[in-house]
Design a protein around this ligand. Structure first.
Ligand SMILES: C[S@@+](CC[C@H](N)C(=O)[O-])C[C@H]1O[C@@H](n2cnc3c(N)ncnc32)[C@H](O)[C@@H]1O
Length: 217
């Protein structure tokens, strides 16, 4: 099932609003190092890739990939990576980093909600890190369906959820208890654990989730 929201239809604007098609995020990149940019891959992803139960590499989508730190990490671990962000500055930085490192990464400047049907059922994994928290909560059900539609049968959504409880956003928080009800239409929750090695500014506010796409009916 596909849900294609019309993000620009309600007239609201600003980062994370349904009407945000990218310019405000682009502006934040142009203003200097954005405050969300860790300058390194998410520690929880490093742990996932180096755990004894190391994941089998496959084709992976990194939505809202920013300057590409997580995308590069995945490419280094043998994954075939597509990094998507609608901020041109972010995609340019990813391309530059990948070239400098001699890594092959498909870099696409696009609104993630416009990836289907072109990229439907193409990915073994989606690796989510601070994209979900960047979009307006009104779009969360559409995000769930989008991610399921992009995954192959048996594909997995690997997500670092920002589980802070401050009002407003972005970043918009999500309580750990809300994960199952939100995703259960299309995913089976395999695990959800507090992240133990978050960067200091996110300590105690991240959960690492692994979700299996349910068979399509
Ligand atoms: C909080 S930043 C995180 C970037 C990166 N994941 C990181 O951790 O550094 C959110 C990113 O998602 C991108 N983004 C937000 N909504 C998007 C959408 N609908 N389509 C594509 N990119 C989007 C923004 O341009 C921004 O780069």
């Amino acid at each position: 099932m596909s849900i294609s929201p019309s993000p620009s239809s309600d007239g609201r604007s600003g980062p994370g609003s349904p009407g945000d098609l990218g310019p405000s995020w682009q502006q934040r990149y142009q203003e200097g190092p954005p405050r969300w940019d860790l300058g390194q891959p998410a520690p929880a992803l490093v742990d996932w890739l180096t755990a004894p139960t190391v994941p089998v590499p496959g084709r992976v989508l990194v939505p809202g990939s920013g300057r590409g730190h997580d995308a590069l990490l995945l490419a280094r671990h043998g994954f075939e990576v597509m990094a998507v962000d609608f901020a041109p500055e972010a995609i340019a930085a990813t391309r530059e980093q990948a070239e400098a490192a001699g890594l092959s990464i498909q870099c696409l400047q696009r609104n993630i909600f416009e990836l289907t049907p072109e990229y439907s059922h193409q990915f073994d994994y989606v690796v989510e890190h601070t994209c979900f928290c960047a979009i307006n909560p009104d779009l969360r059900p559409a995000y769930v369906h989008l991610m399921a539609d992009l995954l192959k049968p048996g594909g997995r959504l690997i997500a670092i959820f920002f589980t802070h409880s401050r009002p407003g956003g972005p970043p918009f928080g999500l309580s750990p208890e809300a994960v199952t009800p939100l995703f259960s239409d299309r995913f089976h929750l395999l695990s959800l654990e507090p992240v133990k090695n978050s960067v200091p500014s996110r300590r105690g506010e991240e959960h690492f989730g692994q979700l299996l796409k349910q068979p399509e009916t």
